[in-house]
Design a protein around this ligand. Structure first.
Ligand code: KG4
Ligand code: ZN
Length: 340
């Protein structure tokens, strides 16, 4: 029985996992709090984590019907993320592990995302018996990564963003259009009513042979476009067309490069997770391209696309079972931890 905590950004989450099964997964989102400021305010995020962590952990234990002294191990996100936010969860986990004399697993947040597409079913369980080597796309507000996963616990980063993350591009576009934060879901909703071919936006690095991404130029071209067409966003039809056109540009780059990487790496499976994987256009486009190239596709369930402790727990338990060394009792968080 393992308790996992996740506090790297603006979700406070705790989960209990046991033998690959997610027994409970409680997520308390701070989105509404940060919306007022148009982005995550680190000090507020930390304050909320400190306020919510204990109730959230207690709720996860209670839903699982587990007492703390029944835990065999504790895990928490060690990085990357907001330094003080990470510390809130990691230090709590450290104290608990020390008090219970149990091992503590300090987990890499992005590595954990790789396993969320494998958590499926009712009840939620990791389907590692169906594991196949895959190319995994992790797309959220803070990260855009393409990773080759050869076996559970074994991966190699193929590429990442050179500037903005894909979610950032969605959010900044939405901000330019006067939509609330976080803008990704708004763009998605409005895009559903728009024509994706109405306006032509660049597809950065689409034909570049590497596996990296770049989204800041696309965001800038939306800004210039709006300067040239003032008032356009006030017209509902034009707003929907604009959202559909920008979304089409982001989604084409993400889906095309992911599928191309899978084919180049010789794997037959594509997986995806992270908040942007909730985007209906991206889910559709990945499906379409995977089908065309006879690739299998495993998308994280929308509730597990965004940050959660279930994925942290599933990975930590796997490390525990594989006999990997836990973190040392005086380990520190690693806010800038990059995946290798
Ligand atoms: O994984 P996540 O919850 O947090 C991190 O950034 O780690 O991802 C949040 C990001 C935000 O940029 C949000 O706008 C984006 O995911 N997002 C979406 C959608 N839902 C969430 N972007 C596009 N379409 C969506 N439906
Ligand atoms: Zn994340």
């Amino acid at each position: 029985m393992l308790l996992a905590l996740e506090t790297s950004c603006d979700e406070t989450s705790a989960a209990v996992v046991h033998q690959g099964r997610v027994v409970s997964n409680v997520v308390s989102s701070q989105i509404r709090l940060h919306a007022e400021y148009g982005g995550v305010v680190p000090e507020l995020a930390t304050r909320e984590h400190l306020r919510n962590l204990l109730p959230v952990a207690r709720e996860a234990l209670s839903q699982a019907g587990v007492a703390v002294n029944q835990l065999d191990a504790v895990a928490a996100t060690r990085g990357p993320g907001l330094p003080a936010a990470l510390r809130a969860g990691f230090n709590a986990a450290q104290t608990l592990a020390f008090t219970l004399r149990r091992p503590l697993y300090g987990i890499h947040h992005h590595e954990a995302h790789l396993y969320s597409p494998w958590i499926q079913g009712t009840p939620l369980a990791a389907q590692f018996d169906q594991f196949q080597p895959n190319v995994s796309l992790i797309v959220s507000g803070g990260h855009t990564l393409l990773i080759l996963v050869t076996a559970p616990l074994q991966h190699r980063v193929l590429g990442g963003t050179l500037d903005d993350a894909a979610g950032e591009c969605f959010d900044k576009t939405a901000k330019l259009l006067g939509l609330p934060y976080p803008g990704g879901p708004w763009v998605d909703r409005l895009a559903a009513e728009g024509n994706p071919q109405a306006f032509d936006f660049p597809r950065p690095l689409l034909t570049d042979p590497g596996h990296d991404f770049s989204f800041s130029g696309l965001k800038t071209s939306v800004r210039y476009f709006l300067q040239k067409h003032p008032g356009l966003a006030e017209d509902r039809k034009a707003l929907c067309d604009l959202c559909a056109s920008v979304q089409a540009a982001i989604v084409e780059v993400l889906a095309a490069k992911t599928v191309r990487a899978a084919r180049q790496m010789g794997v037959s499976l594509v997986t995806a997770s992270g908040g942007v994987t909730c985007n209906s256009g991206l889910r559709r486009e990945l499906e379409r391209r995977c089908q065309r190239h006879h690739l299998e596709l495993r998308l994280a369930a929308p509730s597990l696309c965004t940050d959660n402790a279930a994925m942290i727990g599933i990975l930590a338990e796997r490390q525990h079972e594989a006999g990997m060394a836990p973190s040392s009792p005086d380990a520190e968080v690693i806010p800038g931890w990059s995946l290798e």
